[in-house]
Design a protein around this ligand. Structure first.
Ligand SMILES: [Mg+2]
Length: 275
């Protein structure tokens, strides 16, 4: 188990990385500092790499035996992921989630850190570098938004009594292609207002602080994009499962529906299962 003071020490390391490596470079990047990964919308910057290195070094000095899984290191060598279920303690890091936003000078990006034991998340942090606020949770102890150093409990369900057509949510329909795009647009037409941020950190924040009613993620669901968010969502009372009803698993592909209530989840799943 992880204690509250250990978790906030970890959040502080993320914030230092933000203060030293991320925010000073925000809107100051040169073209040479931005590289494409798989395509022109899939980016990595010098700040992603520097922040990951900064956080990993601090984690290693505090917890020398822990398994460290970082988005950028896995991109270079995926072998760390294979040890995830067997590691007594592992840290899963996305040094900048929403790199497209970061590289384009848009404020929707986050630092996400998950803490796991034998493949199960026991702690999660989603830091918003621009404000320094962060969502956090420890398994079994609830979820909170730490705003200017003060904790506010997170509890989903604020819009549960509204109809789907009256609610707002995030839906990664932009990644759907061909027939799937048609199906996605049909499903989207039954929803109220929808957004597609391309940033899990921002989309989990909107759902868990009660701004939105649901998030539907799509495609390869990387552990560093969802480990921390899934734990915080669960602790905040959200209902989260893959479209086929299975629980989220690292690197799984498909549609992950995270809803403010069970009823909302069922309602959303029915949209995709019926067409
Ligand atoms: Mg990233």
């Amino acid at each position: 188990m992880i204690t509250e003071s250990q978790l906030h020490q970890l959040a502080d390391i993320c914030r230092q990385a933000s203060d030293i490596e991320i925010m000073p470079r925000f809107r100051q990047l040169e073209d040479a500092h931005i590289e494409q990964k798989q395509n022109h919308n899939d980016l990595v910057t010098i700040a992603d790499q520097a922040a990951e290195q900064f956080i990993m070094e601090k984690l290693h000095s505090l917890y020398p035996d822990a398994l460290l899984i970082g988005e950028e290191s896995v991109y270079a060598d995926a072998s760390a992921l294979e040890k995830y279920s067997d590691a007594a303690l592992s840290f899963v890091l996305d040094p900048i989630d929403g790199t497209w936003h970061y590289a384009n000078g848009s404020v929707y990006f986050g630092v996400m850190l998950g803490i796991a034991t034998f493949g199960e998340m026991i702690g999660g942090i989603i830091l918003e570098p621009v404000t320094g606020d962060y969502l956090w949770a420890i398994k079994g102890k609830g979820a909170f938004d730490r705003i200017k150093g003060k904790d506010h409990p997170l509890r989903t369900g604020r819009h549960a009594a509204r109809s789907l057509a009256e609610t707002m949510g995030c839906f990664s329909f932009g990644v759907c292609k061909g027939h799937e795009r048609e199906q996605a647009l049909q499903a989207a037409s039954k929803m109220g207002r929808i957004m597609d941020y391309r940033c899990a950190a921002a989309e989990y924040r909107l759902l868990l602080t009660g701004a939105t009613s649901f998030v539907i993620f799509q495609n390869t669901l990387n552990l560093w994009d969802h480990g921390a968010g899934q734990l915080i969502a669960k602790e905040a009372g959200a209902c989260s499962r893959m479209l086929n009803g299975e629980p989220y698993q690292p690197q799984i592909k498909g549609k992950l529906i995270v809803a403010e209530s069970e009823t909302r989840w069922e309602e959303l799943a029915a949209l995709f299962n019926s067409n």
